[in-house]
Design a binder for this molecule. Sequence first.
Ligand code: EPZ
Length: 416
Amino acid sequence: MEKFIVTGEVQLKGTIRTDGAKNAALPIMAASLLCRGQSIIHDVPCLRDISIMQDILTLLGAKITREKNTLVIDTTHIDKPEVPEHLMREMRASVFLMGPLLGRMRKVHLSYPGGCAIGPRPIDLHIKALEKMGAKVRECFGYIEMEAKALHGGDIYLDFPSVGATENTIMAAVLAAGTTIIRNAAREPEIYDLQSFLNKMGAKISGAGTDTIQIDGVRELRASEHTIIPDRIQAGTYLLAGAITAGDVVVKNILPDFLFSVINKLEEIGASIETGTDYIRVKAEKLRGVDIKTLPYPGFPTDLQAPMLSFLTIAQGTSVITETIFENRFKHVDELARMGAKVKVEGRTAVIRGVPKLTGAVVAAPDLRAGAALVLAALAAQGVSEVESVYHIDRGYDRIEEKLRTIGAQIVRINS
Ligand code: EPZ
């Protein structure tokens, strides 16, 4: 098992470039199944979750080559609609294969994706939407089988603006007969990126980025070329690394609009922010506590709740964070307590009393974003920290320790 050794109290200064977005690349890789040919996708980050998606597509019959951060995915011969259990369990995002497999094979057979550290992760909204488009669903023995002799359009309302359910519905609808409307759709930028990719393939989609998306079904799609949008969660994490260490960090290759809610909160806390067309600069000045509520985009992103909570442990005064998206997303709190943080969790609310300084400790990453939050805390803490189970962090950050070292962090990865 690998771990990070971090020496804290180093003010981070310098420029970091954001990679392509994991949460745009995963559905777009799945969407490549909807055509026969070679799709070329640029700025695909080198992450564990991306490798798992590559393994799944290869098992389905695709041929994939990677040249640095460019993937060439040949989906000419896709010969089976089944995703093996062990890969489904490894990555929740394998649920994104439902829509494309239904669209291409009119069939899909996959095991329940199962929950993960942050909550049960149901897929009822995905299933309800696909049933409305004509899919017949059988759930038994932990598997889901779907068949659709003919997929047809439908007027679909999502009880919750689920990112995955919105993306799966779009991918099932592009080759369905007729028009599909998705109401109360998720508005995340990653959905707009999926729309851009599919429209380059010949799909007819409009409205992504708003709460109503229209898809006019077409007969077939052709392979295309696309560059993944920047990863706003990675960018926000590096901004918070600059802020928590009272540093001066520029994050490049990011659209400030993607992080408007985070920028707004950083300014409320007392950090100074400078933005340009493709960069955001943060300088931490005096820090005071704020209240935060995670919400669907464009609200404050749940994926930055943990990194922001780490930052607020050393802000003056009291902060209150309400996590409205996932049931169990405060797993970093117990670990932060070992570093001297004063946080009380009641259900979906965390009350943070700012302390002057954290102190280094041995902590373990419980999940992807909580792990990133612990790295941030270690960067600010007095003395040396060890962050264990860094494989969680590798799911969403490509060699985070190397990136942080480019702006002065004292962090190394060792085998424990
Ligand atoms: C996507 O997950 C992201 N993952 C998550 O990022 C992100 O936290 C989440 O959207 C919210 O922004 C990818 O894009 C690969 P949801 P997803 O469906 O699609 C409930 C990370 O760290 N729900 O919007 O699974 C669900 O339980 C990951 O990169 C249902 O009840 O999120 C949750 O409470 C973590 N029924 C809420 O909706 C459903 O059928 C949000 O889920 C689907 C979801």
